[in-house]
Write a protein that binds this ligand. Structure first.
Ligand SMILES: Nc1ncnc2c1ncn2[C@@H]1O[C@H](COP(=O)(O)OP(=O)(O)OP(=O)(O)O)[C@@H](O)[C@H]1O
Length: 592
């Protein structure tokens, strides 16, 4: 910051003292200045490096805190908040906020320091001229406040629109098979285009506001320089200023002008960051409505796994006006199999959600071994419950990892354990038939990537990924090699999911039987695997097949929000006007 001052001195030396003495003075001043320039350059390089790295660190921390906060939220939160929006918050908003509080903050602080020292030096060199010149500052400040507020609001709206676009893209790409089956690619492209067009409109508004603001600040910078020349010329004419002082002042004025430019872009970015940050803070600070990992843990030795619903009333938080259960009561004794049947939409899957404590009932109690599950630690509770759903979800990693996912500590699971449970689940044989066996990578929703020519490369990549925990990056690589995509069949996915549940070894099992018909061979293999899985456990099965229903210890019929009948299959069938009888008749009719 002292460079212009010394430069002014040099100019004065040149103008006033053209002697040999002046030469040595000149050399000394130039040497001092070169040293200063060098230090300045080094300091700037260090600043940029530090800012870039700390910027990324801040973004990383923001992302991990946000992800951890999101994953702790209760399921009802996810019913109301869409995935694409959350992904946008995690990727775009964090980057925007991170940039605005690091590189931008550093630039802004530097610009602020330069502007204040520059103004100080202007007063030092010529207080008279400085007072005259800085009369331009107050109107600019008012403009900045108005602009800042506008930009902050605009950024919030822009980020929300971007979130909507991401949401649409995420949903359509995730369900590409449905989009393709209905031939809706062009419609979806149009929808997405209109969403991003909205973002573009907002970006235009922002660009216009920025253009006006930057134009005004640029103009004020130029006016400063012009007024310095005008007033400074007058002062020089009346011998109140030397040419060196005027040059120094001019350089400071330039500097201040530049700093004001820097400050305005800092201000813009800061306002954008704060706009994006508003939603992030909301998410970061949100306390989940259901506890995440606190509460009573039942004694391992005396744990039986007896379940009971008593007078439960429930409606989904997203639709509180539609009651799902009214006075719902059901007892599931330890180590027994209860088949839950009922018309579609009667709430069978909701029973599973309540047992997993994804939601709390509005009134009534659900108890485990006589203890209200609201008092229990939800993480412990879920560790005692295994689930196999109709359409099991497999993650984008190897089959081995998908099976190990069931264990409390997947890293401690051995290859032998994985193979053993896969065999019990009737999955071992078909997995071994894949060229890479248990290391075969399955994709999102259980898609299998198969590229005959590049199998070797792919497999070694997957193996590397498996060892180094680098799956996402490698998975992208894997996509480059794909030539042919095969789908794991429904039965294969089911059997992998059963192996996963076997590894978890839970006391309680909640099964949602697949409604879609498997071929006879697959059905037999899945059924056999399920029978082995159910042995010695408390089982609640949402049953669709007659064989399952017949084999159950108890059949519970769910209708109109409550259990209307409960007993053995034959018992219930013998009631001519019973709901169960009607349900069975209907099923028989529809299957004819
Ligand atoms: N997350 C949710 N938010 C709001 N309502 C929901 C939610 N999940 C399910 N519902 C509603 O609750 C009712 C019961 O759904 P549920 O999935 O439990 O029925 P189901 O008996 O399992 O049906 P199906 O046999 O067809 O699978 C339905 O009317 C459904 O629309």
């Amino acid at each position: 910051m002292s460079a212009p001052f010394f430069l002014g001195k040099i100019i004065d030396v040149i103008y006033t003292n053209p002697t040999v003495d002046c030469l040595s003075k000149l050399t000394r001043l130039c040497l001092v200045l070169s040293g200063m320039f060098l230090c300045g350059a080094a300091a700037n390089a260090v600043r940029v490096y530090l800012m870039q790295t700390s910027g990324q660190r801040i973004v990383n921390r923001l992302r991990t805190s946000l992800f951890s906060s999101v994953l702790r939220q209760e399921v009802a939160f996810f019913d109301k908040t869409r995935t694409g929006e959350l992904i946008n918050r995690l990727s775009s908003d964090t980057a925007l906020l991170g940039r605005s509080v690091t590189v931008n903050l550093s630039d802004g602080l530097r610009a602020g320091a330069q502007a204040s020292v520059g103004i100080g030096m202007m007063f030092f060199v010529s207080p008279n001229l400085a007072t005259f010149v800085l009369s331009v500052v107050p109107p600019i400040s008012i403009l900045a406040v108005v602009y800042g507020r506008y930009l902050r609001k605009l950024t919030k709206v822009t980020q929300d629109s971007l979130a909507q676009a991401t949401q649409l893209a995420e949903e359509r790409i995730g369900n590409i098979r449905t989009v393709r089956a209905f031939g809706k690619e062009m419609t979806e492209i149009e929808k997405y285009t209109s969403k991003v067009d909205r973002v573009m409109q907002l970006a235009r508004k922002e660009a216009f506001a920025q253009a006006c603001f930057f134009g005004a600040t640029g103009l004020s910078g130029n006016l400063i320089v012009l007024s310095v020349l005008y007033k400074g010329g007058l002062l020089m004419g009346s011998a109140h200023m030397t040419v060196g002082e005027l040059s120094s002042f001019l350089m400071y004025a330039f500097w201040v002008g530049l700093s004001i430019g820097g400050l305005s872009s800092f201000y813009s970015e800061l306002m954008k960051g704060l706009g994006a940050g508003g939603r992030l803070w909301e998410l970061l600070e949100r306390e989940p409505e259901l506890p995440f990992n606190e509460g009573v843990i039942l004694n391992k030795e005396s744990f039986q796994g007896t379940l009971e619903f008593r007078n439960v009333h429930f409606a989904y938080p997203a639709r509180p006006e539609v009651p799902i259960f009214q006075d719902f009561s059901l007892s599931i004794p330890s180590a027994s199999v209860t088949a839950l049947v009922g018309p579609s939409g009667s709430g069978k899957s909701t029973v599973v959600s309540l047992l997993l404590r994804l939601y709390d009932p509005m009134s009534g109690t659900i108890s485990l071994d006589g203890r209200d599950i609201r008092q229990l630690n939800p993480v412990w509770l879920r560790s005692k419950i295994g689930t196999v759903s109709q359409e099991p979800i497999l993650f984008s990693c190897s089959i081995a990892e998908n099976i190990a996912y069931g264990a409390d500590d997947p890293s401690s699971v051995t290859a032998e354990q994985i193979e053993r449970v896969a065999d019990v689940a009737n999955a071992g044989a078909f997995i071994r038939n894949f060229p890479q066996g248990f290391n075969t990578v399955v994709g999102e929703k259980g898609v299998l990537l198969s590229d005959v020519t590049n199998w070797k490369k792919l497999s070694s990549n997957c193996h590397l990924a498996y060892q180094k925990n680098l799956l996402p990056r490698i998975f992208v690589k894997a996509f480059k090699f794909k030539k042919k995509i095969l789908s794991l069949s429904g039965g294969q996915k089911q059997r992998i999911a059963i192996a996963r549940a076997l590894l978890k070894n839970p006391k309680i099992l909640l099964l949602d039987e697949a409604t879609s018909a498997l071929d006879a061979e697959n059905e037999h293999l899945v059924q056999e695997a399920l029978d082995r899985l159910m042995e010695g456990r408390t089982v609640l099965i949402i049953a669709h097949r007659l064989s399952t229903i017949k084999n159950a210890n108890t059949v519970a019929v769910l209708d109109q929000g409550r259990i209307t009948e409960c007993g053995k299959h034959e018992e219930l069938l013998s009631k001519p006007d019973g709901t169960y009888r009607k349900l069975m008749d209907k099923q028989r009719l529809s299957s004819v």
